[in-house]
Ligand binder design. Structure first.
Ligand code: HOZ
Length: 431
């Protein structure tokens, strides 16, 4: 009998009414050869339980938001208190201002912030604002970076687009895509040349400061600095997309870790504590161009939703506990080193990367600095690794082109169990 029989039945029902049976493509687990994805029943701390009662150590963490682990009591209490006041008003509340103040306090480049409902909305709105502010149309992004699924940004994208090897997306008019230039990540010289030739037409350069949607690829020294210098030189805006990295790699995000001040920054995931949220912010002079004060339009019925704001406030409050990031870093480092060591012992070539509690392990021996490098990974071997780990009770992102997330709920026993499982699975992967 299959250990996923309930998931299989649920998937069959879902396939009849939801395209591909899922509401976001990667989670269908198709690229890792699964008959069905585990349907999730509940989660707590570092553990997630599927519809068949299988318990896993969870390294997806809802794709990043669950930095405190699932159902952290302070977050649950904050959401229930907000729920007692009402679920949505479509009107301002004190909670929105409080979360905005917390983001502004944490991130010096952000002087004003606007809440939206998803990372996609945040990046789409930031790009529109950059275009409205500069009066220019063209934007630059980087191959393998994923900034959500707005038309302008779905070019040479990572995440599901990379996982499913979709070359471009039908539905994005060529005329829109023509305004997006995608360049190799970490190639500072190439970027400089492009800016020299056409920088004066570029409204914005948008970047994942640590790429987390082509696997985990840290920025090389000088790359982000070059983006800052060149955008300033040409009057383009630098948008640092911190949807994944914000409050994750450091309280002040990757921009504090690498000491880069963008003109605009985007957020999501952690600032909603597990509820749907996004935000974009930046210098006051730019943000004041947004309606109703300025002419650049963006709106949303559920924007600033009180339960999402409450979850975000509770999460960010907890992240301020002394030693929080140091502890998370220590546990994550042990996991990253341990995975590399288990692969070495089994003679399996891997390239492991880590920034804070974001991890990646590519099944390739070369260093991975960009999307082309990432694509040299042995995807068939990754599939066997993924399936083996799932059978061992370890819940990893079902794609070589996604990151792993460690939470504060992961303890030494979780890491021990994960590494023991990795050792067993790695030993089956040769050949
Ligand atoms: N594209 C997101 C991860 N990089 C979300 C995937 C999902 O929710 O399925």
């Amino acid at each position: 009998m299959s250990r996923h029989q309930h998931s299989e039945a649920l998937y069959e029902a879902a396939l009849k009414v939801i395209p591909g049976g899922v509401n976001s493509p990667v989670r269908a687990c198709r690229s890792v050869g699964m008959a069905c994805p585990p349907f999730i029943q509940r989660a707590s701390g570092s553990k997630i339980v599927d519809a068949d009662g299988n318990t896993y150590i969870d390294y997806i963490g809802s794709w990043g938001p669950m930095i405190l682990g699932h159902r952290h009591p302070e977050v649950v209490a904050a959401v229930s208190a907000a729920l007692d006041r009402g679920m949505s008003f479509g009107a301002p509340t004190d909670l929105e201002t409080r979360l905005a103040e917390m983001v502004i306090d944490a991130v010096p480049a952000v002087e004003m912030v606007r809440m939206v409902n998803s990372g996609t909305e945040a990046t789409m709105s930031a790009v529109r604002l950059a275009r409205g502010y500069t009066g220019r149309d063209d934007i630059v992004k980087f191959d393998g970076c994923y900034h959500g699924h707005a038309d302008s940004l779905l070019v040479a994208a990572g995440s599901g687009v990379a996982t499913l090897a979709i070359p471009g997306s039908p539905g994005v008019p060529e005329a829109f895509a023509a305004h997006t230039l995608s360049l190799p990540y970490n190639d500072a010289d190439g970027f400089r040349k492009v800016m020299k030739a056409q920088g004066d037409r570029i409204a914005a350069v948008i970047v994942e400061p640590v790429a987390g949607n082509m696997g985990l690829v840290p920025p090389l020294p000088g790359f982000l600095e070059t983006l800052r210098e060149e955008t300033s030189r040409h009057g383009s805006l630098l948008i640092i997309d911190e949807v994944m990295t914000g409050f994750r790699v450091a309280y002040g995000g990757a921009q504090s870790l690498f000491n880069i001040q963008p003109d605009l920054a985007t957020f999501g995931k952690i600032i909603g504590g597990g509820l749907p949220v996004g935000a974009y912010g930046g210098r006051r002079k730019i943000m004041e161009r947004m309606a109703p004060g300025g002419p650049v339009y963006q709106a949303g019925t559920l924007s600033g939703n009180p339960m999402a704001m409450a979850a975000g406030i509770a999460t960010l409050t907890r992240l301020q506990a002394p030693g929080f990031y140091e502890n998370l870093d220590r546990v994550s480092d042990r996991l990253a080193r341990g995975l590399k060591s288990e692969a070495d012992k089994a003679g399996i070539p891997v390239s492991v990367s880590r920034v804070g509690s974001m991890l990646g392990m590519f099944f390739t021996d070369g260093p991975v600095h960009n999307f082309s490098d990432a694509k040299t990974s042995d995807l068939e071997r990754f599939t066997r690794y993924y399936q083996g780990m799932l059978n061992e009770g370890i819940y990893l992102a079902p794609s070589q082109f996604e990151a792993l997330f460690v939470s504060a709920a992961h303890n030494e026993a979780d890491i021990d169990a994960t590494l023991a499982a990795a050792g067993r699975v790695m030993s089956t992967l040769a050949g």
